[in-house]
Design a protein around this ligand. Structure first.
Ligand code: ZN
Length: 498
């Protein structure tokens, strides 16, 4: 089956054909590093991770480059405002380079915690200014840019297909342009390739035109060309880049090289939080690191990829709860396989093959991750109905589910400790609250909790016999918080730790 990508440039799904057989070059626009990442960022980066993982699963040799913008990005995506990093550094009275260092480190902490594979190369804008100057020179030479008062601008009207990527018209009539527009520009639509800066700006470089900084858009073109060549296979970014940043990347790259810049353009849509747009400016956002304090990382990761990347989703508690329930079902089937002694049947073999085919079919269709999750759940249902299969086939089913769901970024390697206890005739030495505290502590130290669980379950049995369901429920809830789940079965109370 061939892999299809919805190409934002042609606005339709196309069969993916790499430039070099068996190899894929991917550039994705990265973070402007002046703050912590929120879940919207996590969602976009999770999909690039899924894209890379899936292409590798299909046997491609992938090179993924993602930049860090550590200079040049103004507070508006267009040529207005202050440099975001200089501004934040000034507010916090820190060196801008130190600010950048701090947030790059935190970027990795956050995305590592969500099990995102790192890109192969992370170029930083500040370390590629020479490449940006060289590219700007080429653009001037090809006649698409001009210098005025130390600044260099790109002539957008000269570039024939300017803005075809954007879903809405990108060129504005002069009268509609904002009053504060840069008066050096021949046309207010022109964008900056090099900007002269004041002497009090800390991050600045020498250039043939002035002491200044590169424009934000030119960074991505220069860095992607350096590492991936003048034409790359896939360029990705958030949906907002469709309207300005990416059309500008195309214009300046193609003006310099006369070659197509990227063959496939992929864009992720936004995620809302509790029904409203997630945004730093309104404060309606949840940082990755805060979300990780509230929820299990694997449930979070599943939530982030559980809708299609081009479909807007809302992040809320009930979505995460759904993911938790789904994961619980997955682990339950693994557990049943682990406990099963197996039989003689081999009927599952056929389903394993079919499961792989339908998973690939879903992913080949422009990374249809929700469908891939659906077919997994259907397969797991089949597995739990087929426990009479040979143990080796049952184990192969589990391995196949793990292999495929790892393409979505899950690990599915939580160890499951299971115990069953009747809870009768046990000497109880502490209150249930103290016991739960001890359970929690023992789990952290990876110590056995069998004895403590015996006591707790005994207390719970006692409470239930007195019809004190409130206490019985409190014990269950407190244990769940500590990481232990209870299940009432015919043979006693089953508990499990994940
Ligand atoms: Zn970019």
């Amino acid at each position: 089956m061939s892999f299809k990508i919805y190409n934002s440039l042609s606005r339709k799904k196309e069969v993916f054909k790499p430039i070099h057989k068996g190899k894929v070059s991917i550039y994705t626009c990265g973070q402007t590093v002046y703050d912590d990442l929120h879940l919207g960022h996590a969602r976009t980066y999770s999909y690039w991770d899924v894209l890379v993982r899936y292409l590798r699963y299909k046997g491609y040799e992938v090179t993924h480059v993602q930049n860090f913008t550590d200079v040049g990005h103004l507070t508006s995506d267009a040529d207005e405002g202050e440099d975001k990093i200089e501004k934040r550094a000034k507010e916090r009275k820190v060196d801008p380079y130190a600010l950048v260092e701090k947030f790059i480190q935190r970027y990795f902490e956050d995305l590592d915690a969500l099990n995102l594979n790192r890109a192969d190369i992370y170029p930083r804008a500040t370390q590629h200014v020479q490449e940006m100057i060289d590219l700007t020179k080429r653009i001037i030479k090809s006649g698409y840019a001009y210098e005025k008062d130390g600044n260099v601008y790109f002539k957008v009207r000269k570039f024939k297909d300017y803005g075809t990527l954007s879903p809405t018209p990108i060129l504005q009539k002069k009268s509609k342009c904002r009053v504060h527009a840069d008066t050096n520009k021949n046309d207010p639509n022109d964008f900056t390739l090099w900007r002269k800066v004041d002497s009090n700006v800390i991050m600045k470089w020498d250039s043939p035109w002035s002491v200044g900084v590169p424009g934000w858009h030119v960074e991505c073109s220069a860095m992607s060309m350096k590492y991936l060549g003048e034409t790359l296979d896939i360029h990705g970014g958030g949906y907002d880049h469709l309207y300005l940043h990416h059309p500008n990347e195309i214009a300046q790259s193609e003006a310099a090289t006369s070659k197509r810049f990227a063959n496939y353009w992929m864009h992720t849509t936004f995620m809302t939080l509790n029904g409203e747009k997630m945004s730093k400016s309104t404060g309606n956002m949840l940082l990755i690191r805060d979300a990780l304090k509230m929820y299990d990382w694997e449930a979070l990761r599943l939530t982030l990829v559980s809708s299609h990347y081009r479909k807007q989703i809302d992040f809320n508690k009930s979505n995460v709860r759904n993911s938790e329930a789904l994961l619980l079902r997955v682990y339950r089937v693994f557990e049943r396989v682990q406990e099963s002694t197996g039989g003689k049947s081999e009927s599952l073999n056929k389903w394993i093959r079919e499961y792989r085919v339908s998973f690939e079919k879903a992913m080949d269709d422009d990374l249809n991750t929700p469908k891939a999750v659906d077919v997994t759940m259907l397969f797991l249902k089949k597995v739990s109905q087929s426990l009479g299969n040979k143990k080796s086939i049952l184990e192969k089913s589990v391995e196949t589910v793990k292999e495929l769901l790892r393409v979505l970024g899950l690990r599915l390697d939580k160890e499951i400790v299971i115990g069953v206890t009747s809870g009768s005739s046990v000497k109880v030495t502490l209150s249930w609250k103290e016991l739960v505290k001890k359970v929690s502590g023992s789990l952290k130290k990876k110590n056995k909790i069998d004895g403590l669980m015996e006591q707790l379950i005994s207390l719970r049995v006692e409470a239930r016999s007195k019809k004190d369901y409130a206490t019985s429920d409190d014990i269950r809830t407190a244990l769940k918080k500590a990481g232990v789940e209870l299940e009432d079965t015919d043979s006693g109370v089953k508990w499990r730790v994940k």
